[in-house]
Design a protein around this ligand. Structure first.
Ligand code: C2E
Ligand code: MG
Ligand code: MG
Ligand code: MG
Length: 289
């Protein structure tokens, strides 16, 4: 069967796959098996969404949730997205998986008691679909979710292949009233250029900068600069990957308006009842820093 260790080693890019000494044959078979299993994952009800809260930095109050795809494989257990998303992207099944994510996230969010935002990650591969905006529109219509409650998170990789086609999709999404977020900001090749040439509404400071915040003046300068950039370009800014009170205090001091991270809540499954996901309770009990 598909071998997670094998993929993890490959994904980590350390080139140490040979450490496991797999035969080429075994590697290829494991990969094909995972591709095959991924294609059937939705219809076999192995996929679900976990929601992680996003909070207003100053108060800790929840303003929305990010939907994160989970895959529970009958033999492998929960396979991390870092492992299966690249396989789904290369084999094309991300198109069907991504549509399921959009449908499920809109449907679940439409049932929440409070009209909070829901952020959905959309793969660069999905941005090659000329009908992506129509797919999003269909999900909104069928779920009844107000378009302004939906945010689409994209990484810079999505902008690279065919910028004009992507610009057109962005325009259509904006016309629907959907928000567009640049995820993992600061890790791409030309983040600044992308920001001025695509109509983003929000930027997410990559968690690598947040992780380095304590005791690293340079990381702090980067956060300060991104917050300033957001202010002058009139973009919302989120700091992702906040794990400690000290990191929270620092992003508040730098004036970063929103935050997300394990400190405020882990990704958790949404209850089907029209209530907030469970993380809401814990996070909303928190006081400001
Ligand atoms: P992302 O969109 O940047 O999501 C943030 C990731 O950081 C999530 O990992 C989340 O669980 C994790 N995280 C949140 N808070 C913290 C923290 O305080 N510390 C640390 N160390 N990590 C934190 P996850 O759920 O494993 O997802 C990993 C990546 O997989 C996502 O990164 C996204 O790129 C991709 N992904 C997840 N769901 C989907 C999906 O539905 N569609 C697509 N295309 N990609 C997805
Ligand atoms: Mg994201
Ligand atoms: Mg991110
Ligand atoms: Mg990421």
């Amino acid at each position: 069967h598909a071998d997670i260790a094998l993929y993890s080693a490959k994904q980590s890019g350390r080139g140490n796959v040979c450490f496991f000494a797999p035969s080429m044959d075994r590697e290829v078979r494991a990969r094909r098996q995972m591709e095959h299993d991924l294609r059937l994952a939705v219809q076999r009800h192995q996929t679900f969404l976990a929601y992680q809260p996003m909070v207003a930095s100053a108060s800790g109050e929840i303003v929305g949730y990010e939907a994160l795809l989970r895959w529970r494989h009958p033999e492998l257990g929960e396979v991390p997205p870092e492992v299966f998303i690249p396989v789904a992207e290369e084999s094309g099944s991300i198109v069907q998986l991504g549509e399921w994510v959009l449908t499920a996230a809109c449907h679940e969010a439409a049932g929440w008691a409070e009209p909070l935002t829901v952020a959905v990650n959309v793969s660069p591969v999905q941005f090659q679909l000329p009908n992506l905006a129509a797919i999003v529109e269909g999900c909104l219509r069928r779920s009844g979710l107000a378009p302004h409650r939906l945010q689409i998170e994209v990484t810079e990789a999505a902008l690279m292949r065919d910028p004009e086609a992507v610009r057109s999709i962005f325009r259509q999404l904006k016309a629907l009233g959907v928000g567009i977020v640049m995820d993992d900001f600061g890790t791409g090749y030309s983040s600044l250029n992308s920001l001025q040439s695509f109509p983003f509404d929000k930027i997410k400071i990559d968690k690598s900068f947040i992780g380095a915040l304590e005791g690293d003046e340079a990381a702090r300068s980067v956060v300060k600069a991104i917050v300033g950039l957001g202010r002058s370009l009139n973009l919302a800014v989120v700091a992702e990957g906040i794990e400690t009170e000290a990191q929270w205090r620092l992003v508040v001091e730098e004036g970063c308006p929103e935050a997300q991270g394990y400190l405020f809540g882990f990704p958790e499954v949404s209850r089907l009842t029209p209530e907030l996901p469970p993380a809401a309770a814990a996070a909303s009990r928190r006081q400001g820093p």
